[in-house]
Design a protein around this ligand. Structure first.
Ligand code: AMP
Length: 396
């Protein structure tokens, strides 16, 4: 595999797997273009070198072949604007039109291919389909970290059709992989992982894997209450995964055996219903009255968690501390974002990843106050679960 920034793309046709899976409203207007913006530096470098660009992406989850709703043509005008150059479009990602348009691209030219998932071969990782795609470019660049955990035709299988010197990560992928590897393999201690969100079941594997790496694990959000239940607490009607109580117990025991400190929120903001206009109060998290539910970490938990965070040298944050979408229950997540920003200011390396924690740091204005915000929710989670990501493995 070559290094993107050391390469010169003059006269080359570069086939790039991007993640342009952006949200659209009902009139096909883009409501959040962050994923498109993220790849612009990669595309600009190639175009400035005198290369041309062929872009391929998935878009939504089409079930049965082509569908207007999932056409990437809706992105053409906005992409032209972002790049400051006209973008051409091929109505299918393989076949004659795509081949013809790719072959005719001049230096500085940009071609966007139609949604890869209009062909079921994409998600099946079909080799013949990947080979057809590969014929469109001289060089393959993967800049789609968000799909790196999928062994699809365009994200992994295609890499075998390019010589090592003709395949590489783009700038987004390069920095995603660098920052994840830094936290996973060369973290300075104390290393605190902050894990939140709704479900223990989604986070068991990441916690297990982090038990071998982190010094401290902070657990917040709805998942914390299954742990309190495991320790014999009363949690009212807070979120509970009954079938994960034993797993929570085991995780606590394993942590103890490995000398990893698990921090649970000793107090909670509780509500009498899951609603913006609920009555609220505060309570010890292991003694929540019947009919009440914990929807955010409490003031004491904020204080204790912040202290742990500020003393850390490496921080990984995945998942909110409470129902941050509702104003009454966002204080905990905000306080943790502030502490992570303060730790960054103190010289810690801080990585925030996972859809909801990323929305939270963006919403609260902390995105540029942490070391790195990862764009790949599922991919990042799987990476920290210790799994090999096909999109990365295929390049190495
Ligand atoms: P996840 O996708 O697992 O990271 O979970 C994120 C979701 O968990 C967000 O939508 C939060 O509103 C929700 N959440 C966080 N804390 C709680 C809680 N205490 N009770 C219910 N839901 C929660």
């Amino acid at each position: 595999m070559s290094k993107f920034s050391d390469s010169n793309f003059s006269g080359k046709k570069v086939l790039i797997r991007v993640d342009f899976n952006v949200p659209l409203d009902e009139t096909f207007q883009i409501t959040d273009d962050n994923r498109m913006r993220a790849t612009i530096p990669t595309l600009k470098k190639i175009l400035d070198d005198g290369g041309s660009v062929i872009l391929m992406s998935h878009f939504g989850r089409p079930k049965d072949g082509p569908a207007e709703k999932y056409s990437l043509k809706h992105l053409v005008d906005h992409l032209s604007e972002l790049l400051g150059t006209k973008v051409d479009f091929a109505n299918d990602c393989i076949g004659e039109e795509a081949q013809h348009k790719a072959a005719g691209l001049q230096p500085g030219g940009v071609l966007l291919l139609e949604n890869l998932r209009f062909h079921k071969e994409e998600e099946k990782g079909d080799k013949a389909f990947a080979e057809k795609l590969s014929k469109l470019g001289d060089i393959y660049v993967n800049d789609a970290f968000g799909t790196a955990h999928r062994a699809h035709a365009s994200t992994a299988v295609i890499a075998q059709f390019f010589q090592p010197e003709n395949k590489m990560f783009g700038l987004v992928m390069e920095s995603e992989v660098e920052s994840a590897e830094k936290v996973m393999h060369s973290s300075e201690k104390p290393f605190t992982a902050i894990i939140g969100g709704a479900k223990v079941s989604d986070k068991i594997m990441i916690i297990e894997n982090l038990l071998d790496r982190a010094t401290d694990i902070i657990i917040g959000g709805g998942m914390a209450y299954t742990f309190f239940k495991a320790m014999g607490g009363s949690i009212g009607s807070s979120l509970l995964e009954e079938d994960k109580v034993d797993t929570a117990k085991e995780l606590l025991e394993k942590a103890k055996a490995k000398g990893v400190i698990i921090h649970l929120p000793s107090d909670s903001i509780i509500a009498d219903q899951f609603a913006e206009d609920a009555s609220i109060s505060s309570s010890l998290s292991n003694n929540i009255p019947d009919g009440w539910m914990g929807l955010d970490i409490g003031a004491l938990a904020c204080e204790v968690f912040s202290k742990v965070i500020i003393q850390s040298k490496t921080i990984l944050w995945n998942g909110p501390m409470g129902v941050f979408e509702m104003a009454k229950f966002q204080h905990g997540t905000k306080a943790i974002a502030q502490a992570v920003a303060d730790a960054t200011n103190n010289g810690a390396y801080t990585l925030v990843g996972g859809g909801d924690s990323v929305s939270a740091v963006n919403q609260f204005g902390f995105a540029d106050k942490v070391s790195y915000v990862s764009t790949g929710g599922g991919a990042m989670l799987e990476y920290f679960e210790g799994k090999e990501l096909p999109g990365i493995a295929a390049m190495k």
